[in-house]
Design a protein around this ligand. Structure first.
Ligand SMILES: Cc1ncc(COP(=O)(O)O)c(C=O)c1O
Length: 410
């Protein structure tokens, strides 16, 4: 029986792109996964806390359908308080400014459905997280990739590149999506750059969505002693810089900073209440009660949260030290990192084509080490890869040793 034209087309375009990942994750042979942005450094503490918290709070009422339309009211309340403490918004956000969905990916997709019509475009600064291709394609929204030279990647000059891409676009542009802290570059945007991007959005009447999934995974890095701290887009005094607060939105999920991708809990927050309801309506899939309990427990326990964020920062810093020492020893060029769980590195000067880039990843995959190839991040130069370092120390060591062996042999 035939499938719809739109799904047939999505299957044809998307499935080959993720075929390697699907095969790697489905295989029973152990894999050292340096390709997926996951955090293994705080899982034991998170598990212990969640078991206790769920046991204490589970109730028969919770087995009913969710109470609120935009998400479980208790989860939303816990998130509002968390946001107030850690994102420091200029204007307080109440429960009507927040909705939930099963993960950041779902939030992004619903945001696109709510703000864009089929064929519209969104400006995204490259390189960008490869998963964006998936969400955008499913919503039939075009990614208008904005190439910015590395040395200007976090400067106000970005606006010149956004301006050019906006001018050259052959479709209606509806929004700018940024990732702060950046995925894959692992740094935060300074506040003045965020303000300049927001003003660009005001000038062209665009939404600005800041994907802030790694907000709390900012750590001390000897490579970047003067790294910009994390500034949420909601921290900007929008009115003072001539921007309508209703065009600035953030998304966050428990996947990265709380190391639980599998729980599937994401949040969208904005002063634009109509958009919040729209995002909630289009997402249409509620967060599981058990996931909601676990995340609500973590967000509302100040002591646990403070401790886990501190442990995470220390362990990320240690793991980054291991990977950056390795890269320096092998004279591998990389983008210095002070946030996130990965590093963007040009593994081999011998890789000069997209085919050679894919080949190196395939050779490592045969040795059961996964890495992410730069092409899927819209990198302009072949040979860049994103390597996750937030692994168990023994896995990181083994993964790096195999990478070294393969590079030496290639
Ligand atoms: C920048 C960014 N946004 C969104 C997501 C999706 O995360 P989630 O697991 O919350 O759907 C990811 C996952 O890798 C990501 O890196």
């Amino acid at each position: 029986m035939a499938l719809s034209n739109r799904v047939s087309e999505d299957l044809r375009v998307l499935m080959p792109k993720i075929a390697v990942q699907v095969a790697q994750r489905s295989s029973k042979i152990p894999l050292i996964d340096m390709g997926t942005a996951e955090n293994w450094l705080i899982r034991e503490e998170v598990i212990q806390f969640c078991i206790h918290s769920v046991k204490e709070t589970i109730s028969p009422e919770g087995l009913s359908y969710q109470r609120g339309f935009t998400g479980d009211p208790d989860l939303i309340q816990a998130f509002c308080e968390f946001l107030e403490s850690y994102f420091n918004p200029h204007q307080e956000l109440d429960a009507s400014c927040v909705c939930t969905a099963p993960g950041g990916g779902a939030i992004l997709e619903s945001f696109l459905a709510t703000t864009c019509d089929v064929g519209d475009g969104v400006l995204v600064i490259a390189p960008f997280w490869s998963g964006f291709h998936f969400q955008f394609k499913l919503q039939k929204v075009q990614i208008l990739s904005v190439q910015v030279p590395d040395e200007l990647a976090f400067s106000e000059k970005i606006v010149d590149f956004l301006q050019k891409a906006f001018h050259d676009a052959h479709t209606t542009v509806k929004a700018v999506v940024i990732c702060n802290p950046h995925n894959p570059l692992g740094q935060c945007y300074p506040a003045n750059t965020l303000a300049a991007i927001a003003q660009f959005c005001e000038k062209h009447d665009l939404h600005l969505l800041s994907d802030e999934l790694y907000a709390l995974s900012v750590f001390e890095s000897p490579d970047l002693p003067k790294a910009s701290p994390f500034t949420s887009i909601l921290r900007l005094d929008a009115k003072a810089i001539g921007v309508s607060p209703s065009r600035l939105h953030t998304m966050w999920s428990a996947s990265k900073d709380l190391a639980c991708n599998g729980l599937r809990v994401g949040f969208f927050a904005s002063q634009n209440r109509e958009l919040v309801v729209g995002v909630s309506m289009t997402s249409n899939t509620q967060v599981s009660y058990l996931s909601s309990l676990a995340v609500r427990g973590m967000l509302s326990d100040r002591k646990f949260l403070g401790d886990i964020i501190t442990f995470n920062k220390t362990r990320l810093s240690q793991a980054y030290h291991v990977v950056s020492t390795f890269l320096k020893r092998l004279n591998i060029e990389y983008f210095p990192v002070a946030a996130g769980v990965y590093v963007w590195a040009k593994l081999s000067p011998k890789v000069k084509t997209w085919e050679a880039e894919a080949e190196l990843a395939a050779t490592l995959s045969e040795r059961r080490v996964a890495i992410s190839s730069g092409r899927s991040y819209s990198s302009v130069e072949p040979g860049w890869y994103r390597l996750t370092f937030a692994l168990r120390p023994q896995d990181l060591k083994k993964g790096l040793a195999i990478i070294e062996e393969v590079l030496v042999q290639s």
